[in-house]
Write a new protein. Structure first.
Length: 47
């Protein structure tokens, strides 16, 4: 569990930040998918 305090965030908070990072990476490095989703686990960064 990531959030222990009420109002500290939601499950979608991480997804929104990952989405924003992906957009910025794609703008800087077209065609690169550095952040990978590992379903049921989380995310991983590949180069």
């Amino acid at each position: 569990k990531i959030w222990n305090e009420p109002g500290a965030g939601s499950n979608k908070t991480v997804m929104v930040h990952i989405s924003n990072l992906r957009e910025k990476i794609e703008a800087a490095l077209p065609g690169e998918s550095i952040i990978q989703t590992v379903w049921g686990v989380g995310y991983k960064v590949e180069k």
